[in-house]
Design a protein around this ligand. Structure first.
Ligand SMILES: Cc1ncc(COP(=O)(O)O)c(C=O)c1O
Length: 404
């Protein structure tokens, strides 16, 4: 071995360069601002715990008990039966009949998405992904050497999917349609006719339907039914978790539910094979799932009310800023305002300038796949109302100067 070779950096795989995740990448910039002495307001990541919301006590008790009772072993790769049964019963109750043997307990929604895309998409394959998107989809597809084909969500129509654009993107390589509803980053919920149109489109083209329903319990007016209710025989796989509506994101505990369509049988077997390879998801946390889905959920209506108040404040304050527009979210804890940028400026330039000037950290719309010159950014509005007011004061002052 030559000295030069011994001293050169160990090379990394090209796929890493294609893998981007703006929600966390932007934090390195914030740390610099913090090191320089400015207080940073982290509005980049959708974590209710970071803003003072509490995990329901009975879920913590269930996990604690599981650990004390010795459930610290590896579990079945698809999940413990009691958790799989609870997930199946929850979907079935909500109109999407699911049998427990078609449920997988996963390390959050994230792992379910990764297992499924890994099970169905070949290198070079294409998946229809909304734009803006939750960036995990594009990041996982990049890792698989597959392609995200972005279908537009239209801000001028309340962030509804542009179905004509969607139809224009299908090719023989298209494998699946990703639907995020309720949506991150826009906070939109699609009406039934839009949901039906998406399912019909997927049916016409024989596509697998991946429904990310992790915010399903966080509609401001109440829980949102799963897509499978509209067509229980469609090849739908639904993803959700304890992270958002059950206030336990750090537990990395979620699930995927595969519909009864026989067209999914091979996918279920393929996911099982991949799941075997990672042994199991965290076992003690799985013991909280049945309690979460069948026990006391009284935190949810309170949480929804808190979210609605924050959404109203956010929209009112943003719309009052000259040069800023914002579609009102109807679920979850995100808003996606648009800044009327001067020509030549980008969303990232605005977001970084805002951060450096005020310490307010948001994520630029291009981190979710939007064109940078369109001037969108995502705000997580989980902070208490008085803090949000301070944040919007800072943002208003900065934006007035920036757009001068
Ligand atoms: C739309 C969407 N899907 C999936 C996830 C990942 O969530 P989990 O913690 O369940 O992996 C998030 C997290 O923000 C999300 O917003």
């Amino acid at each position: 071995m030559t000295i030069a070779k011994a001293q050169s950096p160990i090379p990394t795989a090209a796929r890493v360069h294609r893998f981007t995740y703006a929600i966390r990448n932007i934090v390195s910039e914030a740390l610099k601002v913090e090191a320089a002495g400015t207080r940073v307001r982290y509005l980049n990541i959708g974590d209710p715990i970071a803003f003072g919301f509490k995990t329901p006590a009975h879920l913590i008790t269930a996990v604690e008990r599981a650990m004390r009772d010795g459930h610290n072993n590896y579990g079945p790769s698809a999940g413990i039966p009691v958790a799989r049964e609870a997930v199946a019963a929850e979907y079935t109750k909500n109109g999407f009949p699911i049998s427990a043997d078609r449920v997988f307990i996963t390390a959050g929604t994230s792992e379910g998405i990764e297992l499924t895309l890994g099970a169905v998409v070949e290198s070079g394959g294409e998946v229809l992904v909304p734009m803006p998107t939750y960036p995990l989809y594009t990041a996982v597809l990049a890792k698989l050497d597959a392609h995200a084909k972005y279908y537009r969500l239209d801000a001028s129509r309340g962030w509804m999917p542009d179905l004509d654009h969607l139809k224009s993107l299908v090719t023989p390589a298209t494998r699946a349609l990703v639907i995020i509803d309720p949506n991150n980053p826009t906070g939109a919920v699609y009406p039934t006719e839009t949901r039906r149109a998406l399912l019909n489109f997927a049916d016409q083209h024989g596509l697998l339907i991946l429904t990310d329903e992790v915010y399903g319990d966080l509609g401001f007016d109440g829980p949102i039914a799963p897509y499978g209710l509209l067509d229980p025989d469609a090849p739908i796989i639904s993803f959700s978790s304890l992270s958002k509506a059950y206030l336990a994101p750090g537990w990395r505990t979620g699930w995927m539910a595969c519909g009864r369509s026989p067209r999914l049988d091979d996918v279920v077997a393929a996911v099982k094979k991949l799941a075997d390879g990672r042994l199991c998801s965290t076992v003690p946390m799985q013991y909280a799932i049945a309690g979460a889905l069948t026990g006391d959920r009284s935190h949810q209506p309170l949480f929804r009310t808190e979210l609605k108040a924050r959404a109203d404040l956010t929209v009112n304050r943003l719309r009052a800023m000259p040069g800023v527009s914002c579609v009102a979210p109807t679920a979850a804890f995100y808003a996606m305002p648009k800044i009327a940028l001067p020509p030549g400026r980008t969303d990232e330039h605005y977001v970084k300038a805002l951060l450096h000037a005020t310490g307010v950290l948001c994520v630029y719309g291009s981190g979710f796949g939007l064109p940078a010159e369109e001037g969108f950014l995502r705000i997580v509005f989980l902070a208490p109302l008085d803090e949000l007011n301070e944040i919007y004061d800072l943002m208003a002052g900065f934006t007035a100067q920036y757009l001068q």
